[in-house]
Design a protein around this ligand. Structure first.
Ligand code: SF4
Length: 499
């Protein structure tokens, strides 16, 4: 039978599936369906938008790239035939970590429902949006509301894609679907899963503590990487886990197997990065050893994203966050000690990044003072941060915050301050930090150009939280360039193209 997977993109505390990333769900689904002998097509929500809103004719994009329809899959030319002949459409969707993206816009539930009204086949909703937590693209709000009755089934574990015994085979068998992705091969980042659930904390806003803690065996992970590599994928991120250092409960040999194994299997790998790290694991007894392994085997530009969320002790306690400020400080020092050196592509090898969330319980004006105090301390002491992510909390049902009748109270109370708090961090921390980490004249290699905005072109290296680079002229999209940094914006740099 014929099946289509409609990727509306996913973003979770552990796991990214927004282009250029291809998340795990479409790949596992493709594996499961192909094992049953079905024909499988991959489509993106951009395909569907172009088909429905623009009648398959992309409007002229002379000045600014329309990122709602930028990620068109090779299957687009067959979309009418695919939608008219499939037996089932499996929709992958769900944002649990609201964000903004350089070159894509995930589908929100009301939009997805409206686009699928006249698609006549069995429809299934899976991915994070198929869970009790729902989905929310914008921070500072409750879960999206939509009439989901058009779906015949809503199941986050459809075809048992969350069952690691099944995933062992689904993962490598589903690798073939990468060839149908819009960013394949050069820009595509394959998000790789190593575990689920959270070992170290029960943060009030987070969905991960509700998952059973488990890890994928390294052999299965490496078999999947090998299958992807053999198909031409060159960029990988160990990103679908809550803490990379906690893999197999912090087993150094198992972590080394993942890292060294990927390098041995993929001699021409371009990117090997990680994502989430809990600072508490970095300051633990094996933290330095694991840090050294990451620096040795990963490629430069790597970031340990620390979910600090707040440096205000009251907020940390009230939301049962994963670390106090002193722990984050020590962890930042350790990563800097081993990772701050620049690598061959112009990026520091491995730096910490910090996530901050506004709207948590116990938040007050004092919270911003504490955040600034600690961030200034890092800056003054010469510690480098790759980036600071600031967002307003999404209050999702089924989380401690979402189920608390008073959850979200601080959001309403403090919303008027957020713009100025954010601006203060951007101006007083981000900008000087960017100047320090990437002084004028720094040469960066492998900047893949993705979008136009007027006479400017924006791109970045494939990777985890890559630095956005703007060039003051229009150069070819879809190509890689070396650039020299000429100026600093609050969170990005401008540069001139060298080659
Ligand atoms: S540390 Fe907190 S935010 Fe991070 S995965 Fe665990 S519960 Fe979620």
């Amino acid at each position: 039978m014929r099946y289509a997977i409609l990727d509306c993109y996913t973003d979770e505390p552990a796991g990214l599936g927004v282009p250029p990333y291809l998340g795990t769900y479409p790949r596992y689904l493709a594996g499961a369906l192909s094992m049953q002998g079905h024909e499988v097509f991959y489509l993106t929500i951009d395909d569907l938008r172009l088909f429905k809103y623009y009648h398959s004719r992309a409007p002229q994009q002379r000045m600014k790239t329309n990122i709602r329809i930028r990620n068109i899959s090779p299957n687009f030319k067959l979309i009418e035939n695919i939608l008219g002949t499939i037996h089932e459409l499996i929709v992958v969707a769900g944002i649990h970590v609201p964000g903004k993206y350089l070159s894509a816009i995930p589908g929100v539930l009301p939009e997805i429902v409206s686009l699928l009204q006249d698609v006549k086949c069995r429809k299934v909703l899976t991915g994070p949006a198929g869970s009790v937590h729902g989905s929310r693209l914008e921070g500072g709000k409750h879960a999206e509301k939509a009439d989901l009755s058009i779906f015949d089934e809503i199941n986050e574990n459809y075809l048992e894609i969350n069952n690691y015994l099944k995933v062992e085979e689904y993962a490598w068998r589903g690798a073939f679907i990468v060839k149908q992705h819009p960013c394949y091969p050069d820009f595509l980042m394959a998000e790789i899963e190593t575990g689920r659930g959270c070992k170290t904390a029960t943060c009030s806003f987070c969905v991960e503590p509700f998952k059973k803690l488990q890890y994928r065996p390294a052999d299965g992970v490496l078999m999947e990487i090998k299958a992807l590599y053999e198909l031409g994928v060159r960029n990988f991120r160990y990103g679908k886990q809550t803490c990379f250092y906690s893999y197999m409960n912090g087993d150094v040999a198992a972590i080394e197997k993942l890292l060294k194994g990927a390098r041995e299997l993929c001699p021409e790998i371009k990117t090997l990065h990680i994502d989430n790290v809990n600072p508490i694991s970095v300051v633990g007894p094996k933290g330095s050893e694991i840090t050294k392994l990451i620096v040795e085997y990963c490629t430069p530009g790597n970031v340990a994203a620390f979910g600090v969320e707040s440096f205000d002790r009251k907020v940390v306690k009230e939301n049962t966050l994963n670390c106090m400020p002193e722990v984050a400080y020590k962890a930042i020092k350790i990563i800097n000690q081993y990772g701050a050196e620049k690598g061959y592509n112009g990026m520091p090898k491995f730096l910490p990044g910090i996530n901050i969330i506004f709207g948590l319980k116990g938040e007050s004006r004092h919270t911003n003072e504490e955040n600034m105090l600690w961030l200034k301390r890092f800056l003054d002491e010469g510690l480098q941060l790759r980036r600071i992510n600031i967002r307003q909390v999404a209050v999702l049902p089924g989380t401690t915050l979402g189920d608390d009748p008073k959850g979200g109270r601080e959001l309403r109370k403090n919303k008027r301050f957020y713009w100025s708090w954010r601006k203060q961090i951007r101006k007083e921390i981000d900008l000087p930090m960017l100047r320090k980490v990437f002084p004028k004249g720094t040469i960066l290699a492998d900047i893949g150009m993705e979008i136009y905005d007027g006479n400017h072109t924006f791109g970045r290296q494939p990777g985890t939280y890559p630095l956005v680079v703007g060039v003051n002229k229009r150069v070819d999209l879809g190509r890689f360039y070396s650039v020299k940094i000429t100026e600093h914006m609050l969170r990005s740099v401008t540069a001139e193209v060298l080659a």
